[in-house]
Design a binder for this molecule. Sequence first.
Ligand code: GCB
Length: 874
Amino acid sequence: MMSKLACFTVPVILAAVAAPAFAQDRQTRPLVDGWRFELGDHPAAAQAGFDDRGWQPVVLPHNWNRMGGTAEKRSDYQNVHGPGWYRMRFPTPEKMGDRHAWIEFDAASIIADVWLNGVKLGRHAGAFARFRFDATTALKPTGDNLLVVRADNSSPRDPGSPTAEIPPMNGDWPMYGGLYRPARLVLTAPLRIAMRDMGGPGVYARTEAVEGGAARIAITTKLENDQPRAETAEIITTILDADGRTVATARGKQPVAGKGSAELAQSLTVPDAKLWDVGRAYLYRVRVDIADARGRLRDRVEQPLGIRTFRIDADTGFWINGAHVDLKGVSRHQDRPVKGWAIDAADIAEDMALIREIGANTLRLAHYQHADAAYDAADEAGLVTWAEIPLVDRSAPWGQEKTTPGFAANAEQQLRELIRQTYNHPSIAVWSIANEVNLEAAKGRGTSNARPLLERLQQVVHEEDPSRPATLADCCGSIPSEARAGLDTVAGITDVIGYNRYHGWYAPDVTALGPDLDRLHALYPKQPISISEYGAGGALTQHSDDPTAAPIAPFGRPHPEEFQSHILEESWRQIASRSYVWASWVWNMFDFSNELRLEGDLTDTNDKGLISFDRRTKKDAFYFYKANWSKEAFVHLTSRRHVDRPYPLAEVKAYSNQPSVRLSLNGRDLGAAKCDLGICRWPGVALDAGANLLEARAGAVSDAIEWQFAGKPGVYAIRAGTLVGRRGADGLLWGSDVFVTGGTGHFRDQPSSSRGGQPGPVRPVAGTSDQAPYESWRAGDFAYAIPVPRGRYRVTLHLFEPDAAVKPGARLFTVSAEGRPALRGLDVVKAAGAPMTALVRTFEVAVTDDALNLAFKGEAGEALVSGIRVERVK
Ligand code: GCB
């Protein structure tokens, strides 16, 4: 068997630089195998002699939460908050000499206390950043070492919680717990590139200028000397091109005091620089070697370098390397079903491949620092990236109006960690200091005092990085304007800004997005504006026959996949035509977990993803963006999961990046449709009885789906007020609320707040054995034009009074058919005898044109109806 020591990375001997070729002292050994884990608090486990044989063997990455099961099948579900303990043993490397040993974690959630051989190495607070502790004195000279970690993801809301001052305080995602990224042992010489730099690499490179093809690169190297005596370090800095050829070097000498630190700034010129550009990434590497006064090579660090300049303009948007680019993209959360945050490189690579496939050129890595591999992948793909810290919703601990020194210090720490640790990634363009911290103010409670902290963090960005602007994501576009006073106050703090806007989703009208942006642009003409979030929920299991027709109640509603597409189409239409918007990000590329949401497919997820949580299913909306953003020809027929069609007429819609698409139904040509904004439509397609094979073709690319006409021939069964259909007790397929104008849709479930509420009980309507026509209703003055052939029809109205406060006589309305009153002074609660009780009314009507027209008009209060069934009688 190979000894564990054989796992050490063998140092590369310096060939390209003329420094004496001594082996480096920096070596790393992964600490990912051989851990034992136990949930709960076990303070005695910090010491040797504790028996952990009963603990669960685990490997890193690991976390103890299990999310993303369906609501019904929650056996695998576990979202636990509190401490958990990890223990592992590793041997002291041979030939330690004067080297220092560091224990490095790429992240631990949320607080980590670390002991080596019973000696406390330290505590790190913050769930997302890398950290390391000096383990030199605690390491045994030989033999096995005991490494123990107590991780704690207690909720900051719990009284006396240790996380009370560690952002985030809140957010639409779970705070998983544990050692969910890899860990390692790092050995370094006492004279070295800094290890005590907030988890950063100690080498920081940036493009200063590109002139006449040559690039000036500023590189700062931070040094540490843990020897008692002063030493002069030689710093040999090399820039290597993508083929590993040296293109620039610099040498410098820097004295470092005994037990001290120092830094050296160097400027290197890369002639004929190949630029890192959007979608066309060229990556150099920076290598820094450190030699001591005797010429011995003691350390080496390599970092990525992309040469680019960019600026963001309030009127014209994003410019990179002197050229304008429309930034269009998506956001990403890092979690996966069951794995949670304990994802691996293959998961990240898969996500990035999908993001490239959709054709995004920008990525928001929300709402916290992601794994380094994610920024690497963005570097390689040429994705302009928004990086951020988890200062979300609140800028103060729970129970506090204003931020506290401890809270502010931790927010600042997380920001400095993010910037130092990811500084060298050319993909990162902006540092975001906060997300929706004005949310609480908007709700009229809590933190209206975010400004001083935000101003401080904006300053921190500039201290840390002179080359990138600070940004933040503002909240609450859905708050009605009269309640917005004071809400826009976070504008103007950061260099640039993002607006989270959910017009058409949390706010009623999707067409309000563009005017809202115009208003903000006029209000803050000097602040470059982006849309840091926009989106809509899309459930793979919920479908609508016409998502655009039915206005919806904000919460407790279904999330048909078709409606998500509609909201995103209309949002993108408005975004794409506003050139001052410097970037936009769809919320979100992937469904992600939130234990409190029970929406859409009824999983504990937020279903605003363009792709399902398990990454297996691309929703229609994915292809809408792909049609707009990508070049490789494709065509995609939408609504492919809405197989059973209730109505004989249906709109067929495809997404394609081709100018036009031709459609056939069961082999019959239905003609070509021009694609506008990637959308190609065939309205009013008459379906055949039974199977309907739809084939779409554009040149060499095609797509095919099959629908079933599952309605009853000659019968229209409409569920008023809801976007989705469902089968009734007798097997009849009730369709969604199409053919209607006016009124408002209401769903019978009690409101389930999409942020934290559980849906209330589904109150059954009394007096019926079939709930299908009674789960929603439409109210107001409204009219239907149902496309039926001429003939005589029986119309059956299903009604109930949803409001317990409505007494007989309080709600009276008229229903007209073909322009003539069919039911006058209809008093539902009186006729049914009680609220929430079914009432059926029928009448017959002759249709002499190609549509049955029904009109509902209130006499006292609003008219309403919950189900309409139309059946031909002659
Ligand atoms: C937001 C938040 C994000 C949520 C999203 C939503 O504004 O920034 O974290 O997930 O809304 O889906 O409600």
